[in-house]
Ligand binder design. Structure first.
Ligand code: NAP
Ligand code: 8YV
Length: 323
């Protein structure tokens, strides 16, 4: 027997997080058990806390199996894999890790844009393969300076990307559902914004409200010289429409950190020279992942201390007095 409260761990964690969880909780790991339904039926009632991440969230069947659940701490800012409305209705506080990853994800967006526009991957191959000696200079690429950059989603990360793009001389425009009190020009219509943009950077949450916002019409509006950067969620972009637009030349290029079905990447994308892909590493540096891990743990520690968390998701703010 233990007097520490029970925590259900979903997904992998680093040693630093594991030590903190184990100092405060009795930790049982969902993925240690092949018969997950049987494990949950036997132990579900013990858990007051869940530690998860943006990828796994709360898988189907888990919330229902935890009748005494009070808090969910998720490693990552995006929580589209957690039904936060249902959790809030049950009085369960969901916490996430906003802000600590803004700079890293903004850097990733810039890295992808620069890599696509300046042909980093084919240019690297040209240098390595001896093609420079054989065929001479690498073909000219397109400058990233003085472009119009349309940002889809203008929250914490979107505005951090804007500051970087403006340092490259960009005119930044944006589309959200709600106009913001910011100096950048607002577009209420995404197709209109894509028409005005040289580069479209997606940085909204995932989930039903943003599913396939970037469709064939938006991509056609971005045009043959246009570049799409997606660091949001794969679901935000209609991937078959994206492939078709790249294949036909209706779209100039794409930089993708996220995909509709991860980790499966369509073969068609892998063969395209005007596409640069990263395996969902927007926040994946030692420094930023440590900050995210610390905040994930801090939220649980705070819950044990006074029943609140530091960074609740908006749906759960009413459950956190004073937030
Ligand atoms: P945030 O501060 O909540 O900003 C989200 C923005 O998206 C807001 O401007 C919001 O404005 C806009 N938005 C939401 N729904 C929309 C819709 N249907 N149409 C148009 N705009 C919409 O969130 P954040 O911290 O910047 O993070 C944004 C997202 O980035 C996360 O949720 C996650 O999916 C993604 N992310 C990815 C990585 C990665 O590794 N690639 C890392 C971190 C985050 P309105 O509500 O006014 O529409
Ligand atoms: C993480 C992310 O890779 O924060 C997010 O929304 O997409 C990334 O930072 C992910 O949440 C970890 O599972």
């Amino acid at each position: 027997m233990t007097d520490k409260p029970y925590l259900l761990q979903i997904g992998e964690v680093n040693d630093r997080m594991r030590q903190r969880y184990e100092a405060e909780f009795t930790v049982l790991r969902l993925f240690d058990h092949e018969d997950r339904a049987g494990f949950l039926a036997e132990h579900g009632a013990k858990f007051v806390a869940v530690a998860t991440d943006g990828h796994w969230g709360l898988p189907a069947g888990v919330p229902e199996a935890l009748p005494n659940l009070k808090v969910v701490s998720s490693y990552g800012v995006g929580y589209d894999a957690i039904d936060a409305d249902s959790a809030a209705a049950r009085g369960i506080i969901v916490a996430h890790t906003p802000d600590v990853l803004n700079d890293e994800v903004a850097d990733t967006a810039m890295m992808l844009w620069l890599a696509v526009s300046r042909g980093l991957i084919p240019s690297d191959a040209w240098a390595r393969s001896g093609q420079w000696r054989r065929d001479g200079a690498f073909p000219l690429t397109r400058s990233v300076q003085n472009r119009t950059v349309g940002i889809l989603g203008f929250g914490r990360i979107g505005q951090t990307i804007a500051a970087r793009a403006e340092a490259f001389g960009a005119k930044v425009i944006y589309h959200t559902r709600t106009r913001r009190d910011v100096p950048q020009v607002y577009y209420g219509d995404l197709v209109d914004m894509a028409t005005a943009s040289d580069v479209l950077i997606c940085i909204t949450p995932g989930g039903a409200a943003t599913r396939h916002l970037v469709n064939a019409q938006v991509l056609a509006a971005l045009g043959p010289e246009g570049i799409l950067i997606n660091v949001a969620r794969g679901s935000v972009v209609d991937e078959p429409a994206l492939i078709a637009a790249l294949q036909s030349g209706a779209l100039g290029g794409a930089g993708l950190d996220v995909f509709e079905v991860e980790p499966a990447i369509p073969e068609a994308l892998k063969s395209m020279e005007n596409v640069v892909m990263t395996p969902h590493v927007g926040s994946a540096t030692v420094e930023t992942r440590q900050a995210m891990g610390d905040l994930t743990c801090d939220n649980l520690s705070r819950f044990l201390k006074d029943g609140t968390v530091l960074t609740p998701v908006p749906e759960c703010r009413d459950l956190v007095p004073g937030d």
